[in-house]
Design a protein around this ligand. Structure first.
Ligand code: F6R
Length: 598
């Protein structure tokens, strides 16, 4: 969602804020703004559009000062324009705020404040915070913020400046905020990438905490003003990991990083054919697994259902987190509740997790220190490194890797043998992905055939059905081509009506038990004029050659591991189609990297 950065120290703040916003831009990019405090004066500059617009404006004027806050927006209330962009002022212009999250009772608060004479200029829910703080302000900004937040329902990651006080007040409920600790300087940011070039020492603010940042000090309190304990942690990511290092887009870089990121997920977790995970529950006491997630992470969850049931023989239920939280779900004490989330901050996934109070919980999360990672009882970190491209790629393959590890671990702990050929193949996956990546130029050429396409179907069976869903999601979110994923056999129950010579149909076909069945589905498509793109490990098969208009060959592997291989050409194809259409794939329209609102 939106991104926040703030700085207080001795350096000129405007370049720090702009650099931070650039790194946060992937979180939201419809408008941006900064506010700088200098000599009891607040100066605000806001622009609609990408950070580059704001930067251009700043190049044309001098904004001096060593304290400031900045925000990049992903609109929830009010269209993207300069007025609705953050920071927002109170009526006096003495208080400036930036906010992530949603103020749920903003309508009633706004009505009340208007009846007391406050004048609102934007359509946002956030502006209410500036006026509410103004209402309680006499001479101490900290206590005004505390009083204001007591009136607020909803979520916030908030940073506040007051022109009379050389400090930044920040507070969090539901929207992530971290404090970066430097030498005679303190930062606040919605995620670590914004401040990584200045400091690796961070404090993860907890829900209902407030921090008072001054040039050489910081204090953490709860929302009643009582001082809280905190821990300074070290960020493990390097600067290189958040740069494009020669790639045109982060998404392409992250696709190419997958051999390494999967190795990182595996590192230290397979030893002498045994699976090593330090989890705080005994698999023998688990009778059912429930997995909840959203979007791409939900596709990983669905792969988890196929694989955990097959490998570990425990029943698995998979739910969209957004549905789970509102449907009186039955959770038992002998369930294992698994949440999968790259960011560890997705609002619906977090809310679903918070319902699982009676059972063991496990998070499969990438961002270290994120809210989900702190609230689960056990966790498997992906160690995929930061994922900046809005369309998830390396997080997906690392999630699937973590799920396979989990399935094998449970099987092992339940006393069943582990197929060592599967383990060997598992370790070989990064090398096999490299073989596909080496063919990316060919996939690029092939992708140019699809830039004018209007519709795609993606079909796969078994553990590759979720891969079909993921392929379709990747294509639609970055190329804006309509695409749907289905289990191949399900096509006959409806989607077949759509097939004509303008329909491209991607089939995922591997050798194995259901090969013939999928080939029959291909024949049904071909008979209706559909154009088949075949992702396969058996391109030499006569029927594959006969039925396909395009073939992408992938290395053979164990069926259980095949999603890790089959998804790679689908990611590349989506990327090349979108790039050829001139779309900025790292910032697809209307999307945000981390969905911290419902
Ligand atoms: C799609 C994509 C999203 C996320 C979803 C969940 O490419 O990235 O669908 O997978 O928003 O996000 P996390 O995994 O952070 O909970």
């Amino acid at each position: 969602m939106c991104g926040i950065i703030g700085y207080i120290g001795k350096k000129q703040v405007a370049p720090i804020l702009i650099a931070g916003l650039r790194r946060l831009e992937y979180r939201g990019y419809d408008s941006a703004g900064i506010c700088v405090l200098e000599n009891n004066n607040l100066e605000t500059i806001k622009k609609r559009g990408h950070i580059a617009e704001l930067e251009q404006e700043l190049n044309s004027r001098e904004v001096l000062g060593t304290i400031g806050i900045a925000h990049t927006r992903w609109a929830t209330h009010g269209e993207p324009n300069e007025t609705n962009a953050h920071p927002h002022y109170d009526c006096t212009g003495n208080i400036s705020i930036i906010h992530n999250g949603i103020i749920e009772n903003f309508q009633s608060l706004k009505k009340l404040l208007e009846s007391e004479g406050h004048k609102f200029v934007s359509e946002t829910d956030s502006e209410v915070l500036a006026h509410l703080i103004e209402k309680f302000y006499s001479s101490d900004i900290e206590s005004a913020v505390i009083k204001a937040l007591k009136q607020v329902e909803g979520t916030f990651g908030l940073a506040v400046l007051c022109k009379n006080e050389e400090k930044i007040i920040v507070a969090r409920r539901g929207s992530p905020l971290i404090i970066g600790v430097g030498e005679d300087e303190v930062f606040v940011a919605s995620d670590a990438s914004a401040i990584l070039e200045y400091t690796k020492k961070v404090i993860y603010l907890k829900d209902n905490e407030l921090a008072i940042l001054s040039r050489d000090n910081y204090e953490i309190k709860n929302l009643d003003g009582v001082v809280s304990d905190f821990e300074i942690q070290e960020i493990k990511w390097s600067l290189d990991e958040i740069e494009k290092v020669g790639f045109k887009h982060f998404m392409l870089k992250e696709i190419f990083e997958q051999p390494r990121s999967i190795e990182n997920t595996l590192r230290g977790r397979i030893n002498g054919g045994k699976i090593k995970l330090s989890l705080n529950f005994n698999p023998k006491s688990i009778n059912r697994i429930i997995i909840t997630a959203c979007g791409t992470s939900w596709h990983s969850a669905l792969i988890g259902k196929y694989l955990i049931e097959k490998i570990a023989k425990i029943p698995v239920e998979v739910d969209y987190a957004s549905e789970f939280r509102y449907r009186d779900p039955i959770i038992r004490s002998d369930d294992l509740f698994v949440v999968i989330s790259q960011s560890g901050e997705t609002a619906d996934t977090l809310a679903a997790l918070r319902q699982a109070t009676v059972c063991e919980t496990l998070g499969i999360v990438n961002v270290v220190g994120s809210t989900i990672s702190r609230e689960v009882k056990s966790g498997i970190y992906l160690h995929a490194g930061p994922e900046i491209g809005v369309a998830s790629t390396k997080a997906f393959t690392c999630q699937v890797t973590a799920i396979i590890l989990l399935a094998l671990y449970i099987r092992q702990e339940l006393g069943m043998d582990i197929d060592q050929r599967l383990v060997e193949e598992f370790i070989a996956i990064p090398e096999k992905i490299k073989i596909i990546l080496d063919k990316s130029e060919k996939i690029k050429e092939l992708s140019y055939n699809f830039t004018d396409a209007k519709n795609f179907l993606y079909l796969g069976r078994g553990v590759n059905f979720p891969v079909a869903l993921e392929g379709a999601l990747k294509l639609k979110e970055i190329s804006y081509i309509h695409a749907e994923g289905y289990p191949a056999a399900e096509m006959k129950h409806g989607p077949i009506a759509l097939i004509d010579e303008n329909m491209f149909v991607v089939f995922i076909v591997n050798k194995g038990e259901i090969f013939e069945k999928v080939v029959s589905n291909m024949q049904e498509v071909k008979a209706r004029g559909g154009k088949i793109i075949c992702i396969t490990d058996c391109p030499e098969e006569e029927m594959i050659k006969k039925l396909s208009s395009f073939i992408i060959t992938v290395p053979e592997t164990h069926e259980e591991l095949s999603p890790l291989i089959n998804v790679i050409p689908l990611q590349l194809m989506s990327y090349f189609v979108a790039d050829a259409k001139g779309i900025n794939v790292d910032k697809p329209r209307n999307l945000a990297k981390s969905v911290t609102v419902e």
